[in-house]
Design a protein around this ligand. Structure first.
Ligand code: C2E
Ligand code: MG
Ligand code: MG
Length: 428
C-alpha cells in the first residue's frame, strides 16, 4: 500500500481528470473497529493479513485506485463517487458490506467490524490535506456514533475555529463553576457494601446543556487544560468525601486521571498539596489518553502517589493499545475491566472467557478486579461467580450528584440490588 503523501498527490491527479458534471471526488478512510482488540485476539501476523485483505477488497471495489495505509487500523483511498447524494450513500454502503464479509485467513474465519468516514471535495478552497483530514475526522465520528458510514459535515464537527471556541468556553466553564462531578457506586460482590464511587465529570454548559466527558476531555487533553480540570476534580472529590463522611459513610473516591498526566511533575506537586490539606481515601483510575513515553517517570509518580495512600487502578483494561504493558509495568492495586466486555457478557461466547481470564490475571498479580457496565442481574451474578471483587454499572447505581448519593447510601440500595442477583438467577 502507498503512503499518506502518495495518497495526497494521487488526489490532486484525480481532480484534474474528474468529470465534474457526473461525479465528485471523495476521500474515504476505512477503519477497523477496535483493531487493538482484534490484534490481541488473533496476533500481529494475522491482523496484518486482515489489513492486506481489506486493501485488496478496496482495490477491487474501486477498480484499483491506490490505497494507502494511514495508520495501523486505517486505509485511505481517493475515488470518484456519483454526483447525487443517494448514489454516493449507496456506493459506500455497498463498499461497507463488501468489507464486512467474513474473511478466511490461514484457515481461520474472521469477521471484523468496519467503519467508513468520507469527505467530498466540493470546495475549491479545500486543500487535499484538508479533505483527508476531514475524512479522518468523519471516521472518528463514525466510531463515536456507531454509524457504519459517515460523511464529514462542518455542522457536526465544527471547523478548527469552533474547536478554539470550545476551548475558550471550556476554560471559562472550569473557572466559572460549570463543572460537576457525578458519583457512581462501586460495590463489593462478597458483602454487597459500597466500597467506593467513581467521580465522573459533567459540564453543565449554559447553552449546550449537560455535556458528556467524551465531548470535551479529548480537547482538554490535547491542549493541556486537562491538568487544571483534573486538579479541580480531585479537589472537589475530596471536599465531597468530607460531606459523605459527615453523613456517616466512609468510602473511597475514584478520580479519572489521564495517563498524559503521568509525565507531569507539577501535577504531582499540586496533588500532594491537596491531599495534605484534605486527607481522604482516593483511587486514581488511570485512563489511557496517550502512550506513556517516559515509563520511569510514570512509575515514579505512581509509586509516590501509592506512598501517600492513593490506590492506583488501571482503567478500561482490554480496550487500549498497551493494556498488557500497563499491567506488567505500572504499580497498581486494581484492574478495571472495560465495560465493552461486560455489557454483553451473558450473550457473547467470547467475552466470558476474556473476563474470566482477566479476573484470574488480576488475582495472580494480587490486584483487585473491578467490572464496570453491569446492566442486569444475570451479568452481576456471573461476575460474582467468576470471583470479580467489585462491580459498577447502571444496574447497581447510576452516576448521581453527591446529595443523591448520600440518600442512596442511607437507603442501602446497593445491598438490595446485589442480594437479588444470586448466581441462582443464572439457572432457569
Ligand atoms: P470510564 O472511566 O470508563 O467511566 C465509565 C463510563 O461508563 C462513564 O461514562 C459511565 O457513565 C458509564 N457507565 C456506567 N455504568 C454503565 C453501564 O451500566 N452501562 C454503560 N453502557 N455505561 C456505563 P461517562 O461518564 O460518559 O465517562 C466516559 C469517560 O470519560 C470515562 O470512562 C473516563 O475515561 C472519562 N472521564 C470521565 N470523567 C473524567 C475526569 O474527571 N477526568 C478524566 N480525565 N476523564 C474523565
Ligand atoms: Mg474510569
Ligand atoms: Mg472505564
Amino acid at each position: 500500500m502507498y503512503s499518506r503523501h502518495e495518497l495526497l498527490s494521487w488526489c490532486k491527479e484525480l481532480r484534474t481528470t474528474q468529470d465534474a458534471s457526473h461525479e465528485r471526488l471523495a476521500v474515504i478512510v476505512v477503519g477497523v473497529d477496535r483493531f487493538a482488540r482484534v490484534r490481541g485476539a488473533v496476533g500481529y501476523g494475522l491482523a496484518e493479513m486482515v489489513m492486506a485483505e481489506l486493501g485488496r477488497r478496496i482495490d477491487g471495489f474501486t477498480h484499483n485506485q491506490r490505497t494507502s495505509r494511514l495508520a495501523p487500523d486505517c486505509i485511505g483511498v481517493a475515488l470518484t463517487l456519483p454526483a447525487n447524494d443517494q448514489g454516493c450513500t449507496r456506493t459506500l454502503s455497498e463498499l461497507h458490506t463488501a468489507l464486512e464479509e467474513p474473511m478466511v485467513l490461514q484457515g481461520h474465519k474472521l469477521h471484523v467490524s468496519i467503519r467508513i468516514g468520507y469527505s467530498l471535495w466540493d470546495s475549491p478552497e479545500l486543500s487535499t490535506t484538508d479533505v483527508l483530514h476531514q475524512a479522518e475526522m468523519a471516521l472518528d465520528q463514525a466510531r463515536e456514533s456507531s454509524r457504519p458510514v459517515q460523511l464529514f459535515s462542518t455542522e457536526e464537527y465544527g471547523d478548527p475555529l469552533s474547536r478554539l471556541v470550545l476551548l475558550d468556553e471550556l476554560n471559562a466553564g472550569l473557572a466559572g463553576g460549570q463543572m460537576q462531578l457525578l458519583y457512581q457506586p462501586q460495590v463489593r460482590t462478597r458483602t454487597g457494601e459500597v466500597a467506593g464511587v467513581e467521580a465522573l465529570i459533567r459540564w453543565n454548559h449554559p447553552v449546550r446543556g449537560m455535556v458528556p466527558p467524551n465531548h470535551f476531555i479529548p480537547t482538554a487533553e490535547e491542549t493541556g487544560l486537562i491538568r487544571d480540570m483534573t486538579e479541580w476534580a480531585i479537589g472537589q472529590a475530596l471536599r465531597d468525601a468530607e460531606i459523605i463522611r459527615d453523613a456517616g459513610h466512609d468510602i473511597t473516591m475514584g478520580v479519572n486521571i489521564s495517563s498524559r498526566l503521568l509525565g507531569d511533575a507539577t501535577f504531582l506537586d499540586r496533588t500532594e498539596r491537596m491531599i495534605r490539606e484534605r486527607p481522604g481515601r482516593l483511587t486514581f483510575e488511570i485512563t489511557e489518553s496517550s502512550e506513556i513515553h517516559d515509563w520511569p517517570m510514570a512509575i515514579r509518580i505512581l509509586r509516590t502517589l501509592s506512598d501517600w495512600g492513593v490506590r492506583i487502578s488501571i482503567d478500561d483494561y482490554g480496550s487500549g493499545m498497551s493494556s498488557l504493558a500497563y499491567v506488567q509495568q505500572l504499580p497498581a492495586h486494581e484492574l478495571k475491566i472495560d465495560r465493552l466486555f461486560v455489557t454483553q457478557l451473558t450473550s457473547s461466547h467470547r467475552d466470558p472467557l476474556l473476563v474470566r481470564s482477566t479476573i484470574e490475571l488480576g488475582h495472580a498479580l494480587e490486584l483487585e478486579v473491578v467490572a464496570e457496565g453491569i446492566q442486569d442481574s444475570e451479568t452481576l451474578a456471573l461476575l460474582t461467580m467468576m470471583g470479580c471483587d467489585l462491580v459498577q454499572g447502571y444496574f447497581i447505581g447510576v452516576p448521581q450528584p453527591v446529595d443523591q448519593l448520600i440518600k442512596y447510601l442511607d437507603r442501602g440500595d446497593a445491598r438490595q440490588r446485589t442480594a437479588n442477583a444470586s448466581p441462582r438467577s443464572l439457572i432457569g
